[in-house]
Design a protein around this ligand. Sequence first.
Ligand code: NAD
Length: 489
Amino acid sequence: MIFGATGDLAIRKLFPSLYRLFERGRLKKFAVIGVARRPLTNDGFQKSVKDSVINALGDKENIDEFISYFYYHSHDVTDSSSYVALRNLANQIDENYNLEGNRIFYLAMAPEFFGPIALHLKSDGLTEVKGFKRLVIEKPFGKSLESAKELNQQIRTAFSEEEVYRIDHYLGKEMVRNIEVIRFANAIFEPLWNNRYISNIQITSSEILGVEERGRYYETSGALRDMVQNHMMQMVALLAMEPPIRLTTDEVRSEKVRVFRSLRRVESNEINDYFVRGQYGAGTVTDEQVPEYRAEPMVDKESNTETFVAGKIMIDNFRWAGVPFYIRTGKRMTTKSTKIVVQFKDIPMNLYYQPEKKVNPNLLVIHIQPEEGITLHLNAKKAGGHLDAQEVKLSFANTGIQAMNTPEGYEKLLYDCLRGDATNFTHWDEVAYSWAFVDKISDVWENTKSVNFPNYVSGTTGPKAADELLEKDGFFWWPVKNLEVDICK
Ligand code: NAD
């Protein structure tokens, strides 16, 4: 059952992902009920599913068979009376398709509806099933620890923690899932993966786009809640966690939670030493003139919402004490790119050192998007010539046919949910710890009136203070553009 079945997420991501699962034979006994407010017939709904798949994936021979599994129920989720009709339809379909009472509820709707829908699902009997019941819930999960707790309580009256699948679509990305494999399946990395050999880790997730039509939502969120609390913190946890005893959901989650528990608590008066916020001004992005954030639709003319965050996160445990994890995310930046750069420490004595030419540190770059792959930066001798050390890059790229066949993040997450594997969804404890961490920052920022926004020009790498954050530790952001070159070919 997809709530919000006429919305952007359903059309752009969920229907094409379901089709891919169907095409690969991973959806055998199933039917989908689309739920949304707009009046629509089953035929009309099936046509929109067909258009969505064809737009995303091109013409498909068996598309008519696929859409025959789709049903539509026009329903205002705030209206109690229509849940009974929905329950009857679901029971009928369950019987017709012999679905054994297994039911997944996907909430692809605005977050204010999450709690009320969960409560109704229970009170109107939709969760009374013979088989399994699972709730898939989109971000954002609350706006603070307080509101997340309230939402969680409402959900938990109808579903147990094991039945709740909180989506963080970064955890569906191929290379984010690869972090664990790179770390735990290679003898050459794990022994070095600590404060003796790593000097710092940089995670950048930048966008070229501005806020577009999402101004209303973004004004209540900002980059900190929209990107840092979930996606960036999840990547930090995967990079920093101890090897789990096994790759089971509980073991992986408990190691991630231990990372969150080790995060250095930054006092209110120190927040601005660790975190930098920014908001884009007008500028030029890919040769086009773009307006400042404050001039975007549905944005307050004096808005203090941040469209950029950079931060230094310290993990005070034995493995990571002293190693900064720098994160950076923003809109209207130079490139669209998500990358992780692991910078290793300089060797103790460098025989190739020349005052005018420093030997580069070793880097392991994990390219999350748009390119997918890894690059290891080493030093080697130039062919011929002197014994000069020069940087060489070993690259692995998911390109060409391999990348085309890489399932979309949502496809993998939907498949995980169908199989009951919750490893790549966020547990309540992870949500709670990362909100507690982020709340400290937003409390300070929201209570500081004087902000010099806008403080970065669209089409740049963000405010100057973000560079200074690293400079004061003797580091600099590895320029994302330079790291891209090889892997794009
Ligand atoms: P949307 O505004 O495009 O769609 C909302 C859907 O909810 C529509 O189908 C609408 O008919 C339905 N709806 C609204 N009010 C209703 C009511 N009272 N009763 C019944 N149906 C109602 O939103 P979206 O972009 O698809 O986003 C949905 C959720 O997914 C949000 O939580 C969003 O934060 C999250 N999300 C979206 C994207 C994306 O790419 N669009 C990405 C990540 C997360």
